[in-house]
Design a protein around this ligand. Structure first.
Ligand code: ADP
Ligand code: MG
Length: 275
């Protein structure tokens, strides 16, 4: 069974004048442990998709089934319960939006555990911090006292601390410099390899290419491709995808003729392509 099943999702935003059709008939599914990349240009509806799955935007029509429940019709109480269970977590582009500026890093990390009523909060917080390779001395700091890269790793740690089955990542590396980007992408690969399902949203094909099993391309609110990553890169079909692939020459030459994800990843790492 799918962990996430989006069918025929439409989202309209009400504007001062008329409506904006942000998503049109979007269908996308994700199996347990699978990593799906969603790429598209600015305004193509990527964040709307993530926000609909998280219950932050109400779909105009369509179904969103998370772990067997149709969340599109969820009320506040049902959302709270789903969040408490910690099955779905998220990381946004700007970690300051996923972290409370007035809570220390220790408090931010402990919060989801406290909501779940788990024991051993202190221990779990320490373990997760070392998993994202941050020093324990950061625990007493406020988010504003950390670098952007450190903050994003805290945001990833916070998303992971409840051992979610699905993590939604909306442009998680777009605000990072290249060294931090590489580190966070490595972290995402570890997560994927440990069996966490990821929905990895980015405008940057290069970031997604090394992590995703499958890539879906959103163009003006519609999914125009949804295939194995190597197939999208090697044989892009939609004109927009062709444009993306041709403007990332390293990616294409690295990917040429290589179907296996492992091979693709090794190449990207070796050739220093923009992963
Ligand atoms: P992306 O994340 O791919 O850049 P978004 O999902 O943020 O795209 O936006 C898709 C479209 O919906 C854009 O045209 C954007 O301007 C519009 N939009 C996003 N949020 C709102 C909102 N709250 N109200 C009205 N329009 C919105
Ligand atoms: Mg966005």
């Amino acid at each position: 069974m799918s962990l996430l099943e989006i069918s025929d999702l439409d989202v309209h935003y009400r504007r001062r004048v008329g409506r904006l059709h942000a998503l049109r008939g979007v269908s996308l599914s994700l199996s347990p442990g699978e990593t799906v990349g969603v790429i598209g240009e600015t305004g193509s509806g990527k964040s709307t998709l993530a926000r609909a799955v998280l219950g932050l935007v109400r779909p105009t029509s369509g179904r969103i089934v998370v772990d067997g429940s149709d969340v599109a019709a969820f009320n506040q109480r049902q959302w709270r319960e789903l969040r408490r269970r910690g099955i779905v977590q998220y990381v946004f582009q700007d970690p300051l939006k996923s972290l409370d500026p007035d809570l220390t890093i220790a408090e931010s990390l402990a919060e989801p555990l406290r909501i779940q009523g788990s024991a051993d909060i202190h221990d779990t917080v320490r373990k997760i911090l070392s998993r994202v390779r941050l020093d324990g001395s950061l625990l007493d700091r406020l988010p504003g006292e950390l670098s952007g890269g450190q903050r994003q790793r805290v945001a990833v740690a916070r998303a992971l601390i409840t051992s979610p089955r699905l993590v939604l990542l909306d442009e998680p590396v777009s605000a990072l410099d290249s060294a931090n980007r590489v580190q966070v992408l490595e972290l995402l690969k570890e997560l994927r390899d440990a069996g966490t399902a990821l929905l990895f949203i980015s405008h940057d094909l290069g970031s997604v290419a090394g992590v995703a099993d499958r890539i879906a391309v959103l163009y003006q609110g519609e999914v125009v491709e949804d295939r194995p990553a190597s197939s999208v890169i090697n044989e892009p079909v939609h004109p927009y995808t062709r444009l993306l692939v041709s403007s990332a020459p390293t990616l294409r030459s690295a990917a040429a003729g290589r179907a296996a994800r492992g091979e693709l990843r090794t190449l990207l790492n070796l050739e220093g392509a923009p992963v």
